[in-house]
Design a protein around this ligand. Structure first.
Ligand SMILES: *Cc1c(COP(=O)(O)O)cnc(C)c1O
Length: 404
């Protein structure tokens, strides 16, 4: 069970006033808020054991190294990776995807094919387009239907012995659709293609079991999981991480350097050149503990109640249309009211303290599919309340009366 009163006291920002009103934060799909324990861990690191890792023999450096590596092991257990060195610590989802996309340059041939889905975030489209430009490989797209779901029969048709890679997000950030990734992974594997799943939008709501799902790569960002910005993971199966060349050269990623030849460090250091966000990684571990203490089953069922309540409530507003009506979706509602531009509504309800996202949500192809410039997106977290849904409803009615 979610003890909503207690949880809300864990998040200092929820007491902040915006434009003189109580903050109603409904932009959790962009980044979610941080509990006090996560904030404290960052302050504690810089106040008591700030030091560089993996190099010094001195005590502080060892304390910092231990805390950093403990966080990696927490992440390994949380995501159920086989080995801790299969968890590469990065600056976030975008960085993680670019490590894979750049690494595949030497593994693809002209006329090989890469499949992405119509539901992707730009950060999951552009790196593959750049990879295709470098290699001559061809990008294919799994289409979507009006409900905002992937058309799986079309996916079957796209798969062939030319397919080398499949990239799909676990949950769409623009619509909240939960994609059938197990089916996508198994079908790709049956023809020998590798699969990368973008978990940035799924991880805050679903605890994925990476070994059971059996994908080759999985990526996520700490800042959507109550952790700090600028930290994320790239999970890769050991065989794949050994096949990929390093992404950046620098300190920490080498075994031996001479001007004739450098040999690379073992995993995970091969992909962790330079001084990482040490405080951020440690705080990511604390955020994972915080969420596991709440329990992902509790989080998912509470958020689903919020989603059902908010969907019913908002549909009472005349002219309001929701985009994305899959039965399998997280607590995201993407909508428009009549022909009113989403930005105009967003600006008015901001004056009432309500934070939502407006625009194309880094997923322009989805907006083009629906032939709209963008949507208003309310995305919920486990610390949101039913009263906040009511405040959103009231604010939307007010905005509508001002704009119509
Ligand atoms: C947020 C998001 C990203 C990008 O994450 P960054 O932390 O900005 O690198 C990629 N994919 C999806 C589905 C996202 O929601």
């Amino acid at each position: 069970m979610i003890d909503i009163k207690k949880i809300r006291t864990d998040f200092p920002i929820l007491k902040v006033k915006i434009n003189g009103k109580q903050l109603v934060y409904l932009d959790n799909a962009a980044t979610n808020q941080k509990p006090q324990v996560v904030i404290d861990s960052i302050v504690n690191y810089y106040s008591t054991f700030n030091s560089n890792i993996h190099r010094g023999v001195h005590t502080l450096s060892q304390l910092a190294t231990d805390a950093y590596e403990e966080a990696r092991i927490k992440l390994q257990h949380h995501f159920n990776a086989n080995k801790s060195y299969e968890i590469i610590l990065t600056s976030g989802t975008t960085h993680s995807i670019n490590i894979v996309a750049t690494g595949f340059t030497s593994l693809l041939n002209e006329s090989d094919e890469i499949i992405v889905s119509a539901l992707e975030h730009h950060s999951n489209i552009v790196p593959w387009q750049m990879l295709c430009e470098r290699t001559g490989a061809i990008l294919k797209v799994i289409p979507m239907n009006l409900k905002g779901e992937l058309v799986m029969s079309e996916y079957d048709k796209l798969l062939s012995n030319k397919t080398k890679l499949v990239f799909v997000n676990h949950v769409s950030n623009a619509l909240g659709t939960i994609n059938p990734i197990k089916e996508i992974i198994d079908k790709a594997h049956s023809i020998g293609a590798a699969v990368l799943i973008d978990g940035a939008q799924a991880c805050p709501h679903i605890k994925p079991d990476l070994q059971a799902l059996d994908m080759d790569f999985y990526v996520a960002s700490a800042h959507k999981l109550c952790g700090p910005t600028g930290v994320g993971i790239l999970y890769g199966k050991e065989v794949w991480l050994n096949k990929l060349p390093p992404y950046q050269g620098g300190g920490e990623m080498i075994k031996e350097v001479t001007f004739e030849k450098t040999t690379y460090a073992d995993l995970p250091h091969k992909f962790e050149a330079g001084t990482p966000n040490i405080a951020g990684v440690i705080a990511f571990g604390v955020a994972i503990d915080y969420l596991n203490n709440l329990g992902f089953d509790n989080i998912a069922s509470y958020e689903n109640e919020l989603l059902q309540y908010a969907t019913k409530k908002l549909l009472q507003i005349e002219g309001l249309k929701i985009y994305g009506s899959s039965k399998n979706k997280t607590a995201v509602i993407s909508f428009n009211i009549g022909e009113i531009h989403p930005y105009d509504i967003g600006a008015i309800i901001d004056k009432l303290g309500i934070a939502v996202r407006t625009g194309h949500h880094c997923a322009q192809p989805i907006m083009d599919f629906y032939k709209i410039p963008g949507t208003i997106r309310a995305s919920f977290s486990f610390y949101n309340t039913f009263e906040e849904v009511d405040l959103l409803y009231d604010a939307l009615l007010k905005a509508k009366s001002m704009l119509c």
